[in-house]
Design a protein around this ligand. Structure first.
Ligand code: ADP
Length: 475
């Protein structure tokens, strides 16, 4: 780059300072008569010319040095200029260049540290926000951006989160006494609901750092989503309440009948026989309920462990159909059973799958209209899977109920389910077993026409084949 012209004022000022001692000396010699006027003038002009050249070179070197020092703070390393006529400046420039190399190295490692710190903060799965003493957002990680959207740096925390409980907890954490010491302890937690959608239950853990960090961060806010935990707690509480409620009714019934048999109906043989019949039914209902509850809890306990046995689905289904044949006949319902030729074996647990198909076929028989057909088919599904479908020609299920059908104790019609001996747990058991098998349960239903429940399971091998009727059971 070309040298900048030296400002005239500075050039003249420097020349005046450099010439002043010589001018004073020549003037004194001339005044004292040691020097004639003409030689004095010639000497003065000579000294002025040499001084002007030297001053110009020196000032140019200094200007180049100043520019070099200025350029050291740029991103690119500048080229060291030639600084002839200014030897001291050259040494200074070399020292400054060394200083700048060390400074650049330090700055690179500081940049690295800052990038690693941000990478660590971004890697945290929970949203994190750091605020300074004035409650302004200094740092925010990716999880927080995903939850709250982008938050402008240096903005007050309230622009990102308008929750009064959180803001007052942060204020309390940052509040200082007149002596400058913090008033509150260095950590606290506050729970609140984050407006949706979806609405989230959140707990914010607040922590004040012992002293402000280099970027000004003084308090850290970590948000923890407790929605799933809360939902599980609510479900557990609902489940216990529902289970107790289901048991309470038959127990109250039994207690009432025992009371009656001990008192007014003590000698009434006909009433006693009738009551004992009802009591047996109630006891049976409690037994079924307890059996289903135990089964559900057992499956839940090992739901994460996938079964690995090879299962002949036709065998499982035939066993279930044999068990339910009597019920089908008594309700006047025919069962049509078809298995695809050469159907692949499934990966699963024989006893658990028996319970699954028992529940599904039992439901189909329960909710089917009399003199209709329940169809059970087993066929290959998508590659590597086999599907068992149970269809009935019953009343069907309105679409609004379908998503909740596999919840414990969820029934479309409470009275009807109880009257048919249902516990409200059958489909919950089916869902858990199917989950454990890494399978899928699909429910299709048309109100007034009927329903189809399809269980898809992993197959041991793919053999293919068409569905051919294996047997039709007349009603
Ligand atoms: P339940 O013991 O009451 O049958 P389930 O968990 O097996 O309990 O089923 C839950 C609810 O789903 C039932 O109460 C019933 O309302 C509905 N449902 C299940 N299967 C059928 C079906 N095949 N047809 C119509 N409704 C059904």
């Amino acid at each position: 780059m070309a040298d900048q012209p030296i400002p005239l004022r500075r050039y003249f000022a420097a020349n005046t300072v450099a010439l002043a001692p010589s001018a004073v000396a020549i003037a004194a010699l001339y005044g004292a008569g040691f020097l004639a006027g003409r030689p004095a003038l010639i000497a003065m002009v000579g000294i002025a010319v040499v001084t002007a050249v030297l001053v110009q070179r020196y000032l140019a070197s200094l200007a180049r040095f100043a520019r070099f020092v200025g350029e050291l703070s740029d991103e690119r390393e500048p080229v060291m200029p030639r600084l002839s006529f200014a030897p001291a400046t050259e040494e200074l420039a070399t020292a400054v260049a060394m200083l700048s190399i060390g400074w650049r190295r330090q700055r690179a490692s500081i940049d690295n540290l800052a990038a690693s710190a941000q990478a660590i903060v971004d890697g945290l799965p929970d949203p994190l926000i750091a605020v300074d003493r004035q409650r302004r957002v200094v740092r925010i990680n990716q999880a927080a951006v995903a939850l709250l959207g982008p938050v402008g740096a240096e903005r007050d925390l309230s622009t990102a989160m308008r929750h009064p409980q959180l803001l007052s907890a942060v204020d309390a954490l940052l509040e200082t006494a007149p002596d400058g010491n913090f008033i509150a302890t260095d950590q606290s937690a506050v729970e609140f609901v984050l407006a949706g959608p979806p609405e989230l239950d959140v707990i914010a853990h607040l922590r004040r750092l012992p002293r402000a960090a280099a970027d000004g961060s003084l308090a850290l806010i970590v948000l923890h989503d407790t929605t799933a935990q809360r939902r599980a707690e609510r479900m557990r509480a609902d489940f216990v309440a529902n289970a107790s409620h289901e048991l309470k009714t038959p127990i109250a019934g039994l207690a009432g009948f025992i009371e009656t048999l001990r008192g007014p109906a003590r000698d009434d043989v006909a009433a006693r026989d009738r009551f004992l019949g009802i009591m047996a039914e109630q006891a049976d209902r409690m037994r079924r309920l307890v059996d289903d509850l135990l089964m559900l809890s057992r499956i839940e306990q090992h739901e994460h462990a996938r079964p690995d046995r090879e299962i002949d689905l036709e065998n499982v289904l035939r066993g279930v159909l044999d068990l339910l044949q009597l019920k089908a006949s008594s309700r006047g319902v025919a069962i049509e059973f078809a298995v695809a030729a050469g159907l692949a074996r499934a990966v699963g647990d024989h006893d658990e799958l028996t319970i699954v198909f028992q529940n599904l076929i039992d439901n189909a028989l329960k909710y089917a209209k009399p003199a209709t057909v329940v169809r059970v088919t087993a066929e290959p599904a998508e590659p590597g899977r086999v599907a068992v479908a149970v269809s009935d020609e019953g009343d069907g299920i309105p679409a609004a109920h379908l998503p909740r059908l596999t919840e414990r104790f969820y029934r479309v019609d409470n009275a009807r389910s109880r009257q048919l001996g249902g516990t409200g747990l059958g489909l919950a058991i089916v869902k858990h077993v199917v989950n454990r098998h890494r399978g899928r349960l699909d429910i299709q239903s048309t109100p007034g026409k009927g329903s189809t429940f399809t269980v898809t399971l992993p197959a041991v091998g793919w053999l293919g084949g068409n569905v051919t009727p294996q047997g039709v059971t007349p009603s």
